[in-house]
Ligand binder design. Structure first.
Ligand code: 1PR
Length: 587
């Protein structure tokens, strides 16, 4: 007989993925609760309640209070029935957050949430900044049971263990800093609370808390591959202390590095999607953004590398840590409800349990059929509702940055970057940058920050010894008087959470990433940077991760589409040859 799982929905982020994960586990129906009335209507029948949240703590807690859900939630938890919080769901159960001073949480445990320190000493020592948000796959460093006793590597808390890696995405956490925090934890442990700890740089924070029938994770089990699905399953089945399987241990190798951050090396598979001349939605791939090639009849046609959902699922099963879809012809208007990527996303999210990013056409839109205006935040919401975790903004970011500098860096609060990040959190906004090298004889020829080219074989065609990276929009069609670095700095200030840094010069070349461009930008921003364009073999991933600036993730497209390498070939190479820490999922 199917059981019902209830999910609290206060319209925060991507609930579809959680629903999909529960469907995948099987045997459960889902019912959403939006307000007190709905809670009261089904209160008696609730036995498994999920409480997910992403984005801003204050926004989320206020929604809970305004919908009058705080009190029934507390009473529900006290009644001994099962409750599971996820991400901001966990955070809201603590007492307060630096993110939103003056807004009280539900105070199940008296701890304050703090922002991670970008000037973490272990990073400063290496001349780096710690990237904020904390995005990626991290490990649990310690699990404690009642009275603070440590659990062994063979034990688990709801399937969560010391071997697997889980997907985190947040800027604030219950970071344990001072004596008061440790005393709170000690006292709670004596009362029967159980904890999982994780590390980001030198900061230790709570990855999970459990007490009686209540459990909460800072990471996203619904986005943590098979390892995450096992946690959800254990919670739903009430299996609190399941043993770790021998097969789980396959991911562990003793001689691999321990990264500075604690995060493993994140590998992203990217799919450029567009309609071909026959009107089918296909995955394509360009060389320096040119996606056309000569067909059998000699005519130029769009390179067709396969179907978007099929390829994305394949890469997930091959071990991709994240999948990105870019609609590369989004500047052609289509009716909002028919936005082609909505369907792709919702289909992909049914079977892919790692983060999904969607880009292309994230901006204020006017429906060409109805004339209705759709602000960017509403467009983004449609994608989140379909299963996206992040949206990536390309062309609109260029316009926004140009206006930002023209207005002396004054923020209007109205741009797509600001509106989406203030509603859904900075972690939901990626900026996709499409830069092209511009050679200069002297730095005085531009107001942008320039790079001095070290290797004479890379000088410009007329012996130019300097360059900067000029941004383009509309898939490289339009060039702007703006540097990639200046674009990234503006977007970071406006609230972007991550940078997808392409390079038109290297795209599709298989000659490796643009290390010069990546270093210039990563050295000056504090949000995560994803290296993109040029990966042709596993060694290129090693090379980019070895950069002194500390690249956060590396993306590949062509090498996976052509079948030259599977995603796990890259990861296994990184693990066994480069001794780098990667995530290999459960079996
Ligand atoms: O401008 O907000 O509508 O977004 C459009 C998005 O589409 C942008 O993210 C832009 O980068 C992307 N895009 C537009 N035209 C193209 C094209 O190729 N003609 N693709 C394009 C950009 C770059 C990477 C690529 C890597 C790795 N693709 O995503 O996947 O370079 O390739 P490789 O590993 O094979 O070298 P908006």
């Amino acid at each position: 007989m199917t059981q019902t799982v209830h999910i609290i929905d206060v319209e925060s982020g991507n609930l579809q993925s959680l629903a999909n994960a529960i469907k995948k586990i099987g045997g459960y129906d889902i019912k959403y609760i939006h307000n007190l009335k709905e809670f009261n209507e089904c209160d008696k029948e609730i036995s498994k309640l999920l409480f997910p949240g992403v984005g801003n703590y204050g926004h989320f807690v206020k929604e809970l209070h305004e919908r009058k859900l705080s009190k029934p939630l507390r009473e529900y938890a006290e009644s001994g029935r099962s409750l599971m919080g996820i991400c901001v769901g966990l955070q809201s159960l603590l007492s307060s957050s630096e993110e939103s001073e003056g807004i009280d949480g539900l105070n199940f445990l008296e701890l304050n949430l703090r922002k991670f320190d970008k000037k973490d000493a272990v990073f400063v020592e290496k001349n780096q900044l710690k990237s904020i948000p904390h995005i990626g796959w991290n490990s649990i460093t310690k699990l404690t049971g009642k009275n603070g006793e440590e659990l062994s590597a063979k034990e688990s808390l709801y399937g969560m263990n010391l071997v697997n890696k889980y997907y985190f995405v947040h800027s604030y956490a219950a970071i344990l800093k001072n004596e008061e925090d440790f005393n709170t934890i000690k006292k709670a442990s004596q009362e029967g609370w159980e904890f999982a700890y994780a590390r980001y740089g030198s900061e230790v924070f709570l990855a999970s808390v459990a007490y009686k029938n209540f459990f909460a994770t800072q990471f996203h089990p619904e986005k943590s591959g098979i390892a995450g699905l096992k946690i959800l399953k254990s919670f739903l089945e009430g299996s609190k202390y399941s043993q770790v399987n021998e097969s789980d241990v396959q991911t562990h190798q003793d001689d691999v590095e321990t990264t500075l951050s604690g995060l493993s090396r994140r590998i992203i598979a990217c799919l450029d999607v567009r309609t071909n001349d026959q009107g089918d939605l296909v995955v394509t791939k360009g060389d320096q953004y040119n996606v056309r090639e000569s067909g059998s009849d000699g005519k130029e046609e769009v390179r067709n590398l396969g179907k978007p959902v099929e390829l994305a699922t394949r890469y997930y099963l091959q071990g991709a840590d994240e999948v990105t879809f870019l609609n590369i012809t989004s500047f052609r208007n289509s009716p909002i409800k028919d936005l082609p990527m909505l369907q792709v996303l919702s289909k992909a999210a049914e079977n892919i349990f790692v983060p999904l990013t969607v880009g292309g056409g994230i901006k204020d839109l006017v429906d060409p059929v109805t004339g209705e205006e759709y602000p960017a935040v509403k467009v983004a919401h449609l994608y989140f509702r379909s299963g996206a975790d992040k949206v990536s903004i390309g062309s609109d970011a260029v316009t926004i940055a140009e206006n930002y500098y023209a207005n002396n860096k004054i923020k209007t609060g109205k741009t797509s970057i600001e509106s989406i990040s203030s509603t859904f959190g900075v972690q939901a906004v990626v900026i996709s940058v499409d830069p092209k090298r511009k050679y200069l004889s002297s730095p005085q020829e531009t107001s942008m920050q320039t790079i001095e080219i070290k290797d004479p074989s890379n000088y410009g065609p007329n012996g130019e010894k300097y360059c900067y990276y000029q941004v383009t929009s509309q898939g490289g069609r339009k060039t702007h008087e703006l540097g990639a670095l200046e674009l990234c700095l503006a977007c970071q200030d406006l609230g972007a959470g991550e940078i997808l840094l392409n390079s038109i010069d290297n795209d599709g070349s298989n000659k490796g990433y643009n290390l010069e461009l990546l270093s210039q930008i990563k050295e000056q921003v504090s949000i995560p940077v994803i290296a993109s364009s040029g990966a042709g073999k596993p060694e290129h991933f090693q090379q980019v991760f070895e950069l002194d600036c500390g690249i956060d993730a590396a993306l590949g497209a062509g090498l996976f589409h052509r079948g030259d390498y599977e995603v796990n070939d890259v990861k296994k190479y990184l693990q066994s040859t480069a001794k780098m820490d990667v995530r290999l999922d459960d079996t």
